[in-house]
Ligand binder design. Structure first.
Ligand SMILES: *[C@@H]1O[C@H](CO)[C@@H](O)[C@H](O)[C@H]1NC(C)=O
Length: 326
């Protein structure tokens, strides 16, 4: 009798585990099964990631060490580069390391860490992009008051706000997702964890959570995007009424900004706010978002910006002198 009891107890225990939250790890399906394509993608991502690390670090170092570039616009640019580097490092290294693994495993904790960091850096990047637009707006539309409005303190405050916003956004969103039970399939059809996909795997009614994600990430991205488009339109129309020599330089800076904005928000809006996700496109956009956009930022800014190029030349000279003299 007693034995039977323990047996039922044991059986109940294991069956409850089977029904409840038993998933301890997720498995990424990755981008492709084909061996040849894997090697190509591996090389592609490795090169891109190395480019991201070097390019963005170069911008951060140039702005930090060159006193000619100690102005709000370049401080914000350096901050953007730093965030880009972090954002890409959340997903890319794991993806690259996973390419030749048969089972691309990530623990549930690791998965949620990825989601947290992704939204933390993503939120900070979003505010930084808005701050860059504001900075250009003041510089072009209110040039006489620029030095008063964009004081050092204000710039530091903006940067702090960006990080705080990223943190609040990420926490407020994850708070509703960390306790989800996972008991069923554990295959994530992607190469990193993000909320829309992970929520789908939970064995609970996630309807309200889906709405939450759209309300938080989706509305945030769409509103910021509209705000940015409006501010750049105002700036562009202001420039149009100016004599053309000064305005062509401003125009080239603005084109760089607008390109970055479009590349950041396009995939974001599609992933979080588009009601009819298309699976393959989703994955492609995720690639874009994690390795292409963070690389384009340094490329766009360094190729188009003469001051940046001159500063980098100075930095190289300075470095050479330093090594030769010491
Ligand atoms: C970010 O901006 C702040 C405030 O202007 C600046 O002091 C800091 O050096 C910047 N960070 C980077 C990584 O350049």
């Amino acid at each position: 009798m007693k034995e039977a009891n323990t047996e039922t107890l044991f059986w109940n225990e294991s069956s409850r585990e089977a029904n409840d939250s038993v998933v301890k790890e997720f498995i990424f399906i990755g981008l492709s099964d084909s061996q040849g394509l894997q090697i190509f993608l591996f090389a592609f991502f490795l090169i891109f990631y190395v480019g991201i690390v070097f390019g963005n670090l170069l911008i951060v170092m140039t702005v930090t060490y060159d006193s000619h570039l100690h102005s709000p616009m370049y401080f914000l640019l350096a901050n953007l580069s730093f965030i880009d580097l972090c954002l890409s490092s959340v997903t890319a290294p794991k993806m690259i390391a996973d390419f030749f693994r048969k089972h691309k495993v990530i623990s549930v904790h690791g998965c949620f860490a990825q989601i947290f960091l992704l939204h933390f850096f993503g939120g900070s990047e979003l505010v930084t992009l808005i701050a860059m637009a504001f900075d250009r707006y003041v510089a072009i539309c209110k040039p006489l008051r620029y030095t008063i409005i964009m004081r050092g303190n204000v710039c530091a405050g903006i940067v702090a706000t960006a990080w705080a916003t990223g943190f609040l956004h990420s926490v407020s969103q994850l708070a509703f997702a960390v306790n989800l039970p996972f008991c069923g399939p554990n295959k994530v059809d992607s190469f990193y964890c993000d909320l829309p996909r992970v929520i789908k795997l939970a064995c609970a009614d996630t309807y309200r959570l889906d709405i939450m994600v759209i309300a938080n990430s989706g509305v945030l991205t769409v509103c910021s995007f509209v705000l940015l488009i409006i501010s750049y339109s105002i700036i562009l129309t202001t420039i149009q009424r100016r004599p053309s020599d000064r305005s062509s330089k401003a125009l080239s800076t603005l084109t760089a900004h607008i390109t970055v904005v479009l590349l950041f928000f396009g995939p974001c809006i599609f992933i979080y706010a588009w009601p009819f996700p298309i699976k393959s496109l989703d994955k492609f956009l995720a690639v874009f978002y994690s390795v292409v956009t963070p690389l384009l930022n340094p490329i766009i800014y360094t190729l188009r910006n003469t001051e940046m190029k001159t500063a980098m030349r100075r930095l190289r000279q300075w470095n050479l002198n330093f090594w030769v003299n010491s």
